[in-house]
Design a protein around this ligand. Structure first.
Ligand SMILES: NC(=O)c1ccc[n+]([C@@H]2O[C@H](COP(=O)([O-])OP(=O)(O)OC[C@H]3O[C@@H](n4cnc5c(N)ncnc54)[C@H](OP(=O)(O)O)[C@@H]3O)[C@@H](O)[C@H]2O)c1
Length: 353
């Protein structure tokens, strides 16, 4: 993981937006990565470990649960929007395991709606009460919303992909820290981001408040999903620095699962949806193959702390992220996020002290 590759999209130094689509390098990269067989961690890697996977009823989350179970995890919390969906996912995974695998893993159906801060808070409280250890959290749940839909006062992709995602990470920090201390391990928080961040125009960075600008229905464009995935990367990078400053031994990383044949694009406008799904038939990874990148990020070591992974390797983020403007935005996004989380849950940022 230590070797950094030159990302094909890095050739665009100003805005890598539209150019990336026509870059021969990008096309080459996509075809190269999409056809790779993504390796899995060694059998037994997760033996004795407890793992949480969010958005686990379909797509990458469901297949990640199946991998964790086959790789020897002791306990997997299958977190879905409703308990019925979680129970169906548990049954689906269980019937695909050998008798030996099924006997070795405890699969638990838990509900959490990332569109509701109260639901995320309840999940965090339950985890603190019922889990005696937590080794890895895969924050996979996400939406690609086609239209503006407010959830908890913010646009739905910002609420689900960013605010609730990091609210959950903050809620789970005490349990992760306790696990690190008691078992002499370094737990992982892995946030599923995307190559879509390369295409973010992110006009909201020019506004006095980034999150306030994103609340404005008039600001809803096709850029929103890209921006939500960019924000995830900015927050992970800043969070990693803060964890290091506080000498907290938890790895937080982020990853691109590649283009995968899942239901992610279900809410996009009819034409775009069919265009994307047509492309996925040609070059999309199966959900099983894409999910391997989630499982590998959860197994990865401290060399991935604050980093972005693509096909299990530390991979360059967009040139915007590492630019002066990106660094400035990173600090602002972090400060604004902490303010919002404190508004939702006074005292929550003390979990980072
Ligand atoms: N597929 C790709 O090509 C691709 C590429 C790059 C990144 N990603 C990222 O991969 C992750 C997984 O996506 P996927 O491709 O597996 O898509 P998917 O099949 O649509 O799965 C998304 C999951 O997120 C859950 N979710 C959405 N809103 C939620 C909410 N409010 N509360 C709880 N759960 C919620 C969904 O639950 P419901 O079924 O209840 O809605 C579902 O389980 C996402 O973060 C996505 O951005 C995917």
């Amino acid at each position: 993981m230590a070797n950094r590759r030159q990302h094909p999209l890095s050739v665009f130094t100003e805005t890598n937006y539209l150019h990336a689509f026509v870059s021969p390098n990008y096309v080459k990269h996509v075809f190269w990565a999409q056809w790779q067989t993504v390796p899995l961690p060694k059998p037994g890697h997760f033996a004795g470990q407890t793992v949480i996977v969010t958005g686990a009823n379909v797509g990458l989350g469901l297949e990640a649960v199946r991998h964790f179970a086959r790789l020897g995890a002791a306990r997997v919390i299958v977190a879905c929007r409703s308990v019925e969906k979680a129970e169906a996912a548990v049954a689906d995974v269980r019937q695909s395991l050998t008798a030996e695998q099924a006997a070795a893993v405890k699969l638990e159906a838990w509900d959490m709606d990332l569109g509701s801060f109260a639901s995320v808070a309840a999940f965090g409280k339950r985890a603190a009460k019922e889990l005696d250890r937590l080794d890895a959290v895969v924050e996979n749940a996400g939406v690609a919303a086609g239209t503006y839909c407010p959830l908890e006062g913010h646009e739905s992709s910002i609420t689900v992909n960013v605010l609730s995602t990091f609210y959950l990470a903050f809620l789970l920090l005490p349990l992760l820290r306790q696990t690190a201390a008691q078992h002499n391990v370094r737990p992982n928080i892995s946030i599923v981001s995307s190559d879509a961040h390369f295409f973010a125009r992110f006009d909201e960075q020019y506004k006095p408040s980034i999150f306030a600008a994103l609340q404005d229905p008039a600001s809803m464009t096709h850029d929103r999903y890209n921006v939500s995935k960019l924000l995830e990367i900015l927050v992970v990078r800043e969070m990693a620095k803060v964890l290091d400053d506080k000498k907290i031994g938890i790895t937080v990383n982020t990853l691109n699962p590649g283009l995968c044949r899942t239901q992610l694009f279900r809410s996009l406008p009819f034409g775009v949806r069919h265009l994307v799904n047509g492309g996925l038939v040609l070059i999309g990874r199966t959900a099983d193959m894409g999910a391997r990148t989630l499982v590998s990020a959860a197994a990865a070591g401290p060399e991935t702390h604050g980093e972005y992974l693509d096909t299990n390797e530390v991979w360059p983020v967009s040139t915007y992220v590492t630019s002066e403007a990106g660094a400035k935005a990173q600090g602002r996004v972090w400060t604004e996020l902490l303010g919002i989380l404190e508004g939702i849950h006074p005292g929550i940022i003390k979990n980072l002290e």
